[in-house]
Design a protein around this ligand. Sequence first.
Ligand SMILES: Cc1cc2nc3c(=O)[nH]c(=O)nc-3n(C[C@H](O)[C@H](O)[C@H](O)COP(=O)(O)OP(=O)(O)OC[C@H]3O[C@@H](n4cnc5c(N)ncnc54)[C@H](O)[C@@H]3O)c2cc1C
Length: 400
Amino acid sequence: MRQQRASTHGACEARFGAFVRERLQPTARQRDRDGTPLSREQVTEACALGLATLRADRAHGGGGASLPEWALTLEWLGAECEDLAVPTLLGYRHAAGALLHELALGRVPGAAAEGRAVAARWADAVARGQATVSVAYTEGADPFSFRTRALPTEDGYLVHGTKTWVAGGLIADAVLTFAAGPDNELLAFVIERDDPGVSFAARDLMGMRSLGVAQLTLHEVKVPRSRLLLDRDALTAAQRFFNERRLTMPLGALGRATRLFEQGVADLSQRLRYRLPVTEMQAVQSRLGQIHVAIETARTVIYDAVERADESDPVWDAVITTAKYFAIQQLEAAVRGLSYVLGGAAYDRALPYERGLRDLHAFLHLAGTQATLEVDLGVKAIAAVEQAATRRRKRAVDRG
Ligand SMILES: Cc1cc2nc3c(=O)[nH]c(=O)nc-3n(C[C@H](O)[C@H](O)[C@H](O)COP(=O)(O)OP(=O)(O)OC[C@H]3O[C@@H](n4cnc5c(N)ncnc54)[C@H](O)[C@@H]3O)c2cc1C
């Protein structure tokens, strides 16, 4: 990907540069100040240009881009647009569409036969840029204690509950919603925005303020059986979505951190203190060196995970999870370190640094908090060490 980076970024610039500069960037600060979500029109335009739909299959109206191409495009977007919600929403939207597509084909364990036509319709609408579908999973409880319930009725289900965080909820046409069935089995449904009993309330967040994050309330929503997409094992399907999000989500963060670093260095090199540019002071050079190492090691692990994705476990992959955990930790620390060395500029809302830090902070909590990823990775690592020790003991016994 390192070799491909300059040419893919150049192609993005030629194809989407004007759109980002003229349609997204001018209102980026206003969106942040007011908490205004990216509009449906902006998302529709990004689809019409082939940007939001770049990774979707050609057969479904998408651009058929390879995963590295898509990843580099998200990185480019993160660099070019001050609003980190842009690559985040486009990556999220694509991942939701891809899961719907897999459900339509019955490739996901637990995919309900009744819901395949509906899954295909929404997958197609996402790929063609005609709709945005969000995913409502989180609700302030673990998945074995979900309070969002789905009670069977004669012709479908009655869904009732609250989902506390739905990215893109303020503009989504439909939401893939997880709820506990009568025997506590996790199920998933497509809930449409206009269904009676559905309401969205904007969340007022510290960063990612234009991601359109909303709380979704479902008041006795009647859902036909044809919209039941997962009739068992929905937890595994949710993990597939989070696994994919962990892979592509850090790319926008990488682009943003890189651009902030470049801007920060340019800014510091113009500042003279005691007749020297600040960048000639060794304490500053050392700090910038640390930030550079953080960003470049993050780049290495992210690219590595993308390049190996073909061999990855689609449900929970240790390389992808490690990459998300490590890269986000490094990139957040890099932008925080930049704030330290920039002085007052880092605190000024007229400049992009403080926003970068607020937006990046969200990734610590997304697609598995850093703390839960540490636990999962620790469990896997312990199991791997124990299995290796058992194998060694067995070989020693076999040898006599
Ligand atoms: C900007 C943004 C957008 C989001 N978009 C969506 C979305 O579209 N759809 C969606 O479903 N969710 C979404 N989320 C929710 C996000 O996935 C959750 O915030 C995250 O899963 C954590 O859940 P929680 O906030 O309920 O924390 P809790 O589960 O309440 O955790 C609280 C603390 O306890 C720790 N903890 C919890 N369990 C364990 C454990 N087993 N071991 C160790 N530590 C643990 C956590 O790490 C955390 O520090 C979004 C969040 C943000 C910030």
